[in-house]
Design a protein. Structure first.
Length: 258
């Protein structure tokens, strides 16, 4: 395994909330409250970012911006970001505990990583108040990393800034970025890892990039599954991923070959 000492895992879509649906539903409800109807692709494109940054990014998208101007008679401003965020946060907090279940194989994978002598860190696009719901519920259902860090811990500089990864490194006394691997399910995860200078891996099954529930994924034909997974894999590679795993359960074997 070489000198790797720390694995930094994302939360929603990577270790919990198969398909990353909690924030998607909340973003959809928040924008619709202002008369804007974003597509699923528009909602998912910035996934993994700090949630206010996510909203800012969406408001700059051509279709979303045009709908906003049509409704508000002006371009979106920072006060509008805050207004959408307040609705988003309310909707997310109402349902967050329902989306904290660990994805299949996560608990066993983490146990294997610990047996390999690795520390389990984590980063997220959620805030501390959101994580106050997710962390204990995930732990109750069998998943608890050694450490977690939200954008609140780094002065709001969430993904794609690398500072949450550096905070994880500080927590465990990791001296070099070559000793760390980041694993996530969004383009923002990959960019976070690359900007930190660490190995960055994408995970396809249950990811926001794939955007399917487990039932929807299992219902695909072999050809449909191959096509969907191939498209997701390319998205991760285009973002700079060092490798792409079909499933998070493949992580111990991949690391064991380093």
């Amino acid at each position: 395994m070489g000198k790797l000492k720390l694995v930094v895992l994302d939360w929603a879509g990577t270790t919990v909330d198969y398909g990353c649906f909690a924030p998607v539903a909340a973003f959809d409800k928040a924008f619709r409250a202002f008369g804007v109807q974003p597509t699923m692709d528009e909602i998912r494109a910035p996934m993994g970012m700090l949630k206010r940054d996510h909203i800012r990014t969406m408001l700059q998208m051509e279709s979303v911006a045009a709908q906003w101007r049509a409704q508000a008679r002006k371009a979106a401003e920072e006060a509008d970001v805050e207004a959408v965020y307040r609705v988003f946060e309310e909707k997310l907090m109402e349902s967050l505990s329902d989306y904290a279940a660990p994805k299949p194989g996560v608990a066993d994978t983490v146990a294997q990583l610990r047996e390999m002598g690795l520390k389990i860190g984590s980063t997220t696009g959620y805030t501390d108040s959101m994580m106050a719901v997710v962390v204990p519920e995930a732990a109750r259902q069998g998943y608890a990393p050694d450490y977690w860090c939200s954008p609140d811990s780094v002065s709001g500089f969430g993904r794609p800034y690398p500072y949450m990864i550096f905070r994880n490194m500080q927590q465990f006394g990791i001296a070099g970025v070559h000793e760390v691997v980041k694993v996530g399910d969004t383009v923002s995860d990959i960019r976070e890892g690359k900007r930190a200078g660490v190995l960055s891996l994408g995970v396809i099954k249950g990811s926001s990039v794939l955007g399917l529930t487990q039932t929807e994924f299992d219902a695909l034909s072999a050809d449909e599954r191959a096509q969907a997974c191939g498209k997701a894999r390319q998205t991760f590679l285009d973002a700079g991923a060092d490798a792409v795993l079909q499933d998070i359960t493949e992580l111990p074997a991949w690391l064991g070959e380093r």
